[in-house]
Write a protein that binds this ligand. Structure first.
Ligand code: S3P
Length: 440
């Protein structure tokens, strides 16, 4: 397989207007719920990234009729309820997508047939006990490796019962897996979160006509729910916007308008953290699109950034944005300290170690800790960094080029397409000098 390599020429600034692709979390859920619902669900702004296409293809493999995505991101799902799903002829390959694997393990665990879920090398190392254990308490039978990693073999024909589950970690994937299993369980399923995590599942279930009750940190669904097809408009992904927010914030002279970005309050930790650091970000044209808040984000470069102690309460609200935020920290005045973020070690890569290694290669002092990192800002040099196939690491180091004093080469970038097809073209159009190369 050929390797994709990014090469970033130092300097530049980000300017103009951009629309980042659709939200990954919302796109996954739109396919899943549409396939389980009755009637025709239309999805606009669907993210045609590899992760979401893995979810889409999984449902096609179970006999669901899905049209699209077309070039404008329209997908049409004809749902006939879970009872119409058919046994796939082979394992469902979910590629790099942890969200697909965890949510499907809940959603599929009550079907009458067996299903096997597999993934790529990265996904095959990720912890699944966080979902298989509580789903087992509900009556599901899911076999993983002795290490608790994929492949997952889900045994069909199990009758599920609702449980009350206090989650040990704030994870929207775990919460969603249990709530989705709860839809076909006997009785009520309640999940209590140690801290708020993204709530797209709750919002979208409501849009599909399924009542979700929230009482403080506890969210519940009743078994036997019937989802009714609806229309979903997917906003731009704030996690993809984050690279551009950081890029513009660190590059003096930048002035960038990011249109139609989702600003669900369970996702906006990146805005809070960048503003605490002193970044100049304004929200314009705030509106509500189908139950999800959306805005245009204007970010101007040049405001001096300062290092901060990142409030732990913001960690789950910015969980995917830390690689980009570490680049902002490297360009700030004074030390940045992150704690309470051990989860970053079990994402698509160990994001604490991989970012620390890359920053050190570029001459920035970055010390990993058990549950976070300490970054002492300093000049960013050139050099070759490894992304370890992690899309967000690759895009974060690409933005570092705006403030580097030498060429940055980033290895193993193919997985940028899991969440952000078109990243190179969009970043280049905004002013980043980014070349792509391939190596055998
Ligand atoms: C996601 C939840 C988060 C996030 C992931 C997408 C989701 O994971 O990191 O990229 O769509 O529910 P955790 O909930 O495990 O933190």
């Amino acid at each position: 397989m050929t390797e994709r390599i990014f090469q970033v020429t130092p300097g530049g600034r980000l300017q103009g207007e951009a629309r980042v692709p659709g939200d990954k979390s919302i796109s996954h859920r739109a396919i899943m719920f549409g396939a389980f619902a009755h009637g025709r669900t239309t999805i606009d702004g669907f993210l045609s990234g590899a992760d979401n296409l893995a979810t889409l293809n999984a449902f096609r493999a179970m006999g669901v009729s899905i049209d699209g995505p077309d070039e404008r991101g329209r997908v049409v799902v004809d749902g006939h309820g879970p009872e119409a799903l058919q046994a796939p002829t082979g394992p469902l390959d979910l590629g790099n997508s942890g969200t697909s694997m965890r949510l499907l393990s809940g959603l599929l665990s009550s079907l009458p047939f067996d299903v096997t879920l597999i993934g790529d090398g990265s996904l095959s190392r990720r912890p699944m006990r966080r979902v298989t254990e509580p789903l087992g308490q509900m009556g599901a039978e899911i076999e993983a490796t002795p290490e608790g990693t994929p492949p997952l073999h889900i045994r069909g024909g199990r009758a599920l019962r609702g449980i009350d589950y206090p989650m040990p970690v704030a994870s929207a994937q775990v919460k969603s897996a249990l709530l989705l299993a709860g839809l076909s369980a006997q009785g009520r399923t309640c999940v209590t979160e140690p801290a708020p995590s993204r709530d797209h599942t709750e919002r979208m279930l409501t849009a599909f006509g399924c009542p979700v009750e929230r009482d403080g940190a506890t969210v519940c669904v009743e078994g036997g729910a019937r989802l009714q097809a609806t229309a979903i408009d997917v906003p731009g992904d704030i996690s993809s916007a984050a690279f551009f927010l950081v890029g513009a914030a660190i590059a003096p002279g930048s002035d960038l308008l990011l249109r139609h970005v989702g600003i669900n309050p369970t996702r906006t930790g990146v805005l809070d953290i960048l503003r605490l650091m002193g970044a100049d970000i304004a929200l314009e044209n705030e509106r509500d699109i189908g139950g999800e808040p959306v805005a245009d984000l204007r970010v101007r470069g040049g405001a001096p950034l300062r290092g901060i102690e990142i409030p732990e309460a913001l960690v789950p609200l910015a969980i995917d944005e830390f690689p980009a935020l570490f680049i902002a920290a490297a360009c700030a005045e004074g030390r940045t300290v992150l704690t309470g973020a051990r989860e970053l070690r079990v994402k698509e890569s160990d994001r604490i170690q991989v970012m620390a290694d890359g920053l050190q290669t570029l001459g920035v002092s970055a010390t990993p800790t058990d549950d976070g990192i300490v970054i002492e800002p300093g000049p960013i040099g050139g050099g070759e960094v490894q992304s370890h196939g992690d899309h967000r690491i690759a895009m974060s180091f690409a933005m570092a080029g705006l403030r580097a004093n030498g060429v940055i080469t980033i290895r193993d970038c193919a997985n940028v397409d899991t969440s952000f097809p078109g990243f190179v073209a969009l970043a280049s159009a905004c002013g980043l000098t980014l070349q792509e190369a391939q190596a055998a």
